[in-house]
Design a protein around this ligand. Structure first.
Ligand code: GLN
Length: 447
C-alpha cells in the first residue's frame, strides 16, 4: 500500500484509478469487516473515518443501533481540515458501540477481524480503522482515543496510532463518549504519515471551546537524530505478558543504540488509573448519551406515551455494554454517592497528572507498554471487568491529557504484533514524533 506521503503526490487521474482499485480490494476482503460503508465522495486522497466522526450528508452511527438512519448535517472540523488539505473521507470504519470497549465486538455491525489472525480481535474501539490500515485496505485512518482506543488497536494490528494532547484537535463533529478525555488522532502505516495527518487535523477551532489556541506543526521539522532522555518503568511493566516484556527490553536496547539516555522512573499503581477512569468516563458518557431519546436523532421505537417512547427507544437502541456504563455513570453521579466516587475520581485524576508533570521535569519521553498482552481471541475476555483491567497502560495518558504514540516493535511467539507507546508532556508533539521516528528506524534496522 502506498503511504500517505506518496499518495499526496498523485494526480487526480491516478487517485481516481487508485480509489477504484481500493474499493474492489475492500469488497474482496469484506470478511475482515473493517468498513461498515464505502462511499467515494470527494476527489482527494482517500482516508478511512471512524463511524463516530461526522461527514456531511453521510450516515454516522457510532456503531450503534440507536443511530440507524441518522445522517450527519455538517462536517466535523477534522473533515473540513482534511478537505482543504486534499484528502477525502472514503469509508466509515467499524467500532465498539459509542467507542466503549477494547475489542470492536460490541458494534451493531458485528465484529471486525484482526488481519494477522482472524480468530483474534483487532482491538478497540477503533478496531475497524486499525484493521483497514493493517490489511492494506486504507492508506491511513482517523480514530478516536478516550482511554486507548487509537493506541491499543494500533498495537494489536501492527500499525502506528497517535493520540494528541487534549485540546490539540477539535472535537467538533465527534460523537462524544467522555468529553474531557476524547481526542481524534491518526492511524497510519508509519510515523511520518502519522505526523503528516496530525498536522492536517490539528489546530485551533473556535467551534470547540476546549480546543487550544495553538497551530504549531511537526512534520516539516521531524528529526530522528535528536538525542532524548527517556524514562522506562521497570515496576509498571510487571503486569505485562512475557512477550510484551521482551518487546519492551528490545525497544530499550534500540533506543540506547540510537543514542538516547535511558532512566528509570515509576508510576503509581494502575488500579487507581482504572478506578478514576471508569468513574470519570461513565459519568460523562451517561450525560452525553442522554440526548439519544428517539426524538432528536436516529431510531425511534414508538411507545404508548412519551415516557414509554424514551424507554423503548433506549432499551432497544443501546447494546449491553452501553447500558452497563449508563447505569454505572448514573450511580457515581447520584447525590448519595457523588462525593464518594465522582469527586474522589477527580482528585485521583489530579494526582495522576501531577506524577506525570514531575517525571517530565526531568525527561523528554516515557516508554510504556500499550496493552498487557497481544490481541486476544474472540470471546476470551469473559467479564467486562477483565476488559476494563486490560486498559491499564493507556488510560492514565487520557486522564492527564498527554500525547502518546503506539509504534510497532516486534511480534509475539505466535506472530501477533506488539506495539509500545512513547508518552510526552502536554503539547510536546514534536519531541514525541522525533522519538517515535527514531524508535521506528532503529527497530527496522534491527530487523
Ligand atoms: N477501552 C476503553 C473504554 O472502553 C477506552 C475506549 C476508548 O478509548 N474509546 O472505555
Amino acid at each position: 500500500m502506498i503511504t500517505l506521503k506518496e499518495a499526496l503526490k498523485l494526480s487526480k487521474e491516478e487517485l481516481a484509478k487508485f480509489k477504484d482499485e481500493l474499493k474492489a480490494k475492500i469488497e474482496a476482503n469484506s470478511d475482515i469487516n473493517a468498513y461498515i460503508d464505502v462511499n467515494n465522495l470527494g476527489d482527494g486522497v482517500p482516508i478511512a473515518i471512524k463511524d463516530n466522526i461526522q461527514v456531511k450528508d453521510w450516515s454516522v452511527t457510532s456503531g450503534s443501533n440507536i443511530l440507524q438512519g441518522y445522517i450527519a448535517p455538517y462536517n466535523a472540523t477534522v473533515i473540513e481540515k482534511m478537505l482543504s488539505a486534499g484528502l477525502s473521507a472514503f469509508g466509515r470504519t467499524n467500532m465498539d458501540e459509542f467507542a466503549m470497549g477494547s475489542t470492536t465486538e460490541s458494534s451493531f455491525y458485528g465484529k471486525t477481524l484482526n488481519p494477522h489472525n482472524k480468530d483474534c480481535v483487532p482491538g478497540g474501539s477503533s478496531g475497524g480503522s486499525a484493521a483497514a490500515v493493517a490489511s492494506g485496505l486504507a492508506i491511513a485512518a482517523l480514530g478516536s482515543d478516550t482511554g486507548g482506543s487509537i493506541r491499543q488497536p494500533a498495537s494489536f494490528c501492527g500499525i502506528v496510532g497517535m493520540k494528541p494532547t487534549y485540546g490539540r484537535v477539535s472535537r467538533y463533529g465527534l460523537g462524544a463518549y467522555a468529553s474531557s478525555l476524547d481526542q481524534i488522532g491518526p492511524m497510519t502505516q508509519n510515523v511520518e504519515d502519522a505526523a503528516i495527518l496530525y498536522d492536517i487535523i490539528s489546530g485551533h477551532d473556535k467551534k470547540d471551546s476546549t480546543c487550544a489556541n495553538r497551530n504549531d506543526k511537526v512534520s516539516d521539522k521531524l528529526n530522528s537524530e535528536r538525542k532524548l532522555r527517556i524514562a522506562v518503568l521497570p515496576k509498571h511493566i510487571q503486569n505485562a505478558s512475557e512477550d510484551v516484556k521482551k518487546a519492551y527490553a528490545l525497544a530499550i536496547e534500540a533506543l540506547k543504540s540510537a543514542g538516547h539516555e535511558i532512566v528509570e522512573r515509576e508510576l503509581m499503581d494502575a488500579k487507581f488509573d482504572i478506578s478514576a477512569y471508569y468513574i470519570t468516563a461513565t459519568a460523562e458518557a451517561t450525560t452525553n448519551l442522554a440526548r439519544y431519546d428517539g426524538i432528536r436523532y436516529g431510531n425511534r421505537v414508538v411507545g404508548k406515551d412519551l415516557n414509554d417512547t424514551f424507554i423503548q427507544t433506549r432499551s432497544q437502541g443501546f447494546g449491553d455494554e452501553v447500558k452497563r456504563r449508563i447505569l454505572l455513570g448514573n450511580f457515581v453521579l447520584s447525590s448519595g454517592y457523588y462525593e464518594a466516587y465522582y469527586v474522589k475520581a477527580q482528585k485521583t485524576r489530579h494526582l495522576i497528572k501531577d506524577q506525570y508533570s514531575k517525571i517530565f521535569e526531568e525527561v523528554d519521553l516515557i516508554l510504556s507498554p500499550v496493552a498487557p498482552t497481544t490481541a486476544n481471541k474472540f470471546g476470551e475476555l469473559s467479564t467486562p471487568m477483565e476488559m476494563y483491567l486490560s486498559d491499564l497502560y493507556t488510560i492514565s495518558v487520557n486522564l492527564a491529557g498527554l500525547p502518546a504514540i503506539s509504534v510497532p516493535v516486534s511480534k509475539s511467539s505466535d506472530g501477533m504484533p506488539i506495539g509500545l507507546q512513547l508518552i510526552a508532556n502536554a503539547y510536546d508533539e514534536q519531541v514525541l514524533f522525533d522519538g517515535a521516528l527514531s524508535l521506528e528506524k532503529e527497530i527496522n534496522y534491527k530487523k
